[in-house]
Ligand binder design. Structure first.
Ligand code: ZN
Length: 449
């Protein structure tokens, strides 16, 4: 184990920076094994008895600590965009603060910190140096123990353009791609850095990953069409299966949050998604509703995103294009930004939530129930997802219609049987009849007009 570890990482090499909330009080090595992160460093100051953070902290949209003062810290949406910022900054998805040491190239003097942070201790810091993310850590009790002022001077001498001292002393710990400072203390939060080219280097786990989230569950009888002929939970699950089979054919690894009718909480859905290493996309599947009860006029396909820009918008655009190309009715505002939807807010991967159509609209409901419409939309969405992932589309093997497996014929027979034009729908759906029989049927159909 080293007394001192320092590393700088080009921002363009960074895939993601994540604040890991260590609620389970895991060790650094356990977190590394769990997350596969390339660089790990302890985070901000926390109260060791309540295990609550003491400084500004926001992780993936969730504010974890907001003291009543402003201070310089680091903020970012996904990672490569990290920069020094005055916190709190509500426009940012992630931020962390503790004790600013260097701002805009100028070492601060005097420094502001709690008495308990003083003295010669192990030190951790995050900063920017020459357009690179800089991380620094020294072991408590080791030869590189420093006062906050000495740390500031060391980093200024090393050319850091900006720097924030993180929690130190026994909290100081890091794993910078194998360079380690260990400590027995489980800390409240850590900064995890993931590099971009990680997947290319690992052919075994080189598959793109998608998490499909079928909305609701079989116990949900409220989300349905006013006439009770359609239930959203059934549709969502069926669409997940359809999209899954398309994606798997294209060699995408798919995880479902709700593989059958069971109830799964929103928290659990996010937990399932966030446990998938380097998940590429989270897609939640729903149908929409408007009005208090009864039928309404609103209709069409739309896709919800936590906010504008970034990977999620690229994914949504790609899906939208394919859905439009398939001739699906799309709402005028097809992409909707909504930071309040739980699964969009609490998933780490780029996330989209598709509202396929309105089950409170008569025409949309007919579509939502239709086998052919579901097949068409699932294929379009899977194509859009594959395109976003950069995965080549593998067309479905054309299948010869087999006995009893001709959905077009079955649908036509059902319609004619409902209209009273044919009897014995099983006989007609089987497709085994002579020209003479078809002639008789045509005569009967003409008489029915
Ligand atoms: Zn829903």
């Amino acid at each position: 184990m080293a007394d001192h570890c320092a590393v700088t990482i080009p921002l363009e090499d960074i895939d993601r920076i994540r604040i890991y909330i260590n609620a389970a009080r895991k060790s650094l090595s356990a977190i590394r094994a769990e997350t596969g992160a390339d660089y790990l460093l302890n985070g901000t100051l926390f109260n060791m008895s309540t295990f609550e953070p003491n400084c500004h902290l926001k992780a993936e949209g969730e504010v974890l600590c907001r003291p009543p003062y402003a201070v310089a810290g680091y903020a970012w949406q996904t990672g490569p965009d990290i920069s020094m910022d005055t916190l709190p900054d509500d426009g940012q998805r992630n931020y962390i603060a503790c004790t600013p040491l260097i701002v805009s190239g100028a070492p601060l003097n005097p420094l502001t910190y709690d008495v308990g942070q003083g003295g010669k201790r192990g030190r951790s810091a995050i900063g920017i140096k020459d357009g690179r993310l800089a991380l620094y850590c020294t072991r408590d009790g080791g030869s590189m123990a420093r006062t906050p002022e000495q740390l500031r001077d060391d980093l200024a001498a090393a050319g850091w353009d900006s720097a924030v001292m993180l929690d130190g002393g026994g909290s100081s710990q890091c794993d910078f791609a194998g360079q380690m400072v260990s400590s027995s203390r489980a800390v409240h939060d850590l900064i995890l850095v993931y590099l971009k080219d990680k997947k290319e280097e690992d052919p075994v786990s080189g598959k793109k990953t998608v998490c499909l989230d079928a909305g609701h569950d079989a116990g949900n009888l409220a989300n349905r069409s006013p006439d009770g002929t359609y239930y959203e939970h059934e549709f969502a699950l069926d669409m997940a299966k359809r999209i899954r089979s398309h994606l798997e054919r294209c060699s995408v690894a798919v995880t479902e949050t709700r593989p059958d009718g069971q109830a799964v909480s929103l928290q659990e859905r996010c937990k399932i998604a966030n446990a998938i290493q380097d998940l590429d996309l989270f897609v939640s599947l729903h149908s929409n509703a408007a009005g208090d009860s009864g039928w309404s006029s609103a209709r069409g396909w739309s896709c919800y995103l936590y906010g504008a820009g970034g990977e999620r918008e690229k994914a949504a655009q790609s899906i939208l294009e394919q859905v439009k190309a398939a001739g699906v009715t799309v709402r005028t505002t097809a992409l909707v930004y909504d930071s309040a939807l739980y699964v969009l807010k609490h998933t780490v991967a780029p996330a989209v939530l598709i509202e396929h159509a309105f089950h409170t609209n008569r025409e949309d409901t007919e579509n939502l129930k239709s086998e052919a419409w579901r097949a068409k939309v699932a294929q379009a969405e899977a194509k859009g997802i594959a395109e976003y992932l950069g995965v080549p589309w593998v067309a479905e093997e054309p299948q010869a219609p087999q006995e009893g497996e001709d959905p077009e014929l079955s649908a036509a027979v059902a319609k004619l049987a409902a209209a009273g034009i044919i009897d014995s729908p099983e006989y007609w759906a089987a497709g085994k009849y002579s020209a003479a029989t078809v002639r008789l049927l045509l005569i009967k159909m003409a008489a029915a007009i």
